[in-house]
Design a protein around this ligand. Sequence first.
Ligand SMILES: Cc1cc2nc3c(=O)[nH]c(=O)nc-3n(C[C@H](O)[C@H](O)[C@H](O)COP(=O)(O)OP(=O)(O)OC[C@H]3O[C@@H](n4cnc5c(N)ncnc54)[C@H](O)[C@@H]3O)c2cc1C
Length: 349
Amino acid sequence: MGLVRQADAPLRGLNTFGIDARARLLWRLESLDDLPQLCEALRDDAGKGQAQPPLILGGGSNLLIADDPQQPIVQMALRGLRIVHEVGDAVIIEAAAGEAWDPLVRWTLSQGLAGLENLALIPGTVGAAPIQNIGAYGVELRDHFESLDAVDLGSGTGRSFDARDCAFGYRDSVFKHAGAARWLVTSVRLRLSRTADLKLDYGEIRAELAEACIVAPTATDVADAVSRIRRRKLPDPAVIGNAGSFFKNPLIEAEQATALATREPGLPCWPSGDQVKVSAAWMIERCGFKGMRVGHAGVHERHALVLVNHGHAGGGEILALASRIRDAVATRFGIRLEAEPVVVGAPQL
Ligand SMILES: Cc1cc2nc3c(=O)[nH]c(=O)nc-3n(C[C@H](O)[C@H](O)[C@H](O)COP(=O)(O)OP(=O)(O)OC[C@H]3O[C@@H](n4cnc5c(N)ncnc54)[C@H](O)[C@@H]3O)c2cc1C
């Protein structure tokens, strides 16, 4: 236990794209007691001319490392899970930021707590979950978010953020925006329930439950069904490097969506508040990229949204393919795609 420092650290095993980059300096934070020492070390480094804020690393499953990062990296390894508070059916749990997300989901289910079942098997850590407000199968983190604790790595001071402070949006939060990179999330509190309010109407959940002959599902049955669907549909980063969906589904105005759907019959659209969400995967496939391979970079053969590393792609190669896709979609559909993963060592796409 403690604060572990490593110079010239290999990053290949620390990002799910499997990009073979190296970090000038990597700190691994295993205890909150070491935060003052970490903040001081980072200030020292900044004093030696390091202008960029540190990069915080969880499971590396939502990152594209385009080039060797020059900023120091802080790898989050704080552990701990507990029930904080229970009133009637409502239960608040707290998880340290370095806990892995899917084991947290399974732990809550083992405690008889429902709410996170549709978010089963999302890779990564608890601390990263609020950063992009993770979502899957009709549920987002914000649906169960209570608050989080974070430390400003510049000053070493801590504060709590409630849902309003986090300004959650679709795959978005205040932490993804300029100036917020200094906040190190240390723990997250979630609001769960002893009574399950199951969300079964998204994707193939009902069909999967029917296939397993389950007529009165529990929250654990739903997590199992979601996990089976995900295993079937998504490429495993242990087998082929990827960061899940590379592009967000764009949100456009209703008028633009109607005009587009008339011009491009079959374009999947879903209402989302005042706007309409359109399928990025469908547009990418229509532009002919599904299954394409350029050197070691590629688009998965079954998922047009998933960019993959066929072995030894550099981050720049993946980024070049992503730019090509973005330009082709903009030309044909007049829509600018936005990348979901954070790009390190190059401008955001
Ligand atoms: C196969 C696959 C499937 C996926 N499916 C989904 C899905 O269904 N839904 C979904 O939303 N996402 C999905 N993702 C993306 C990813 O799993 C999530 O975004 C996850 O929350 C990232 O966690 P991480 O710990 O790996 O974060 P990292 O990739 O390490 O970091 C991501 C961002 O969060 C920041 N960060 C990480 N930890 C902290 C912290 N403690 N404090 C402050 N900032 C921090 C990093 O600096 C970076 O900006 C998928 C990825 C893969 C590979």
